[in-house]
Design a protein around this ligand. Structure first.
Ligand SMILES: [Zn+2]
Length: 72
């Protein structure tokens, strides 16, 4: 008897330990993952399992929704 992993489980936010929202996208055959924390308004991107800078994502996605970095 094995326990099934809950769907959508992610690591907690490294800044505030809140639960992250994880969004999977498929962009030109590449697996894009955006992790977003609604508590401290942080975002992280991964492509093919590697961390990428937001700038390169926007460059490739093209449909540039403006991403505003939170500044405290
Ligand atoms: Zn957070």
């Amino acid at each position: 008897m094995s326990m099934a992993s809950p769907v959508g489980s992610t690591s907690p936010c490294p800044r505030c330990s809140s639960t992250l929202v994880e969004i999977h996208l498929d962009q030109a055959g590449r697996a894009l993952v955006m992790r977003s924390c609604s508590t401290c308004d942080s975002r992280w991107w991964q492509r093919d399992g590697e961390d990428v800078a937001i700038g390169s994502i926007l460059d490739t996605v093209g449909s540039a929704k403006k991403v505003v970095a939170a500044r405290c």
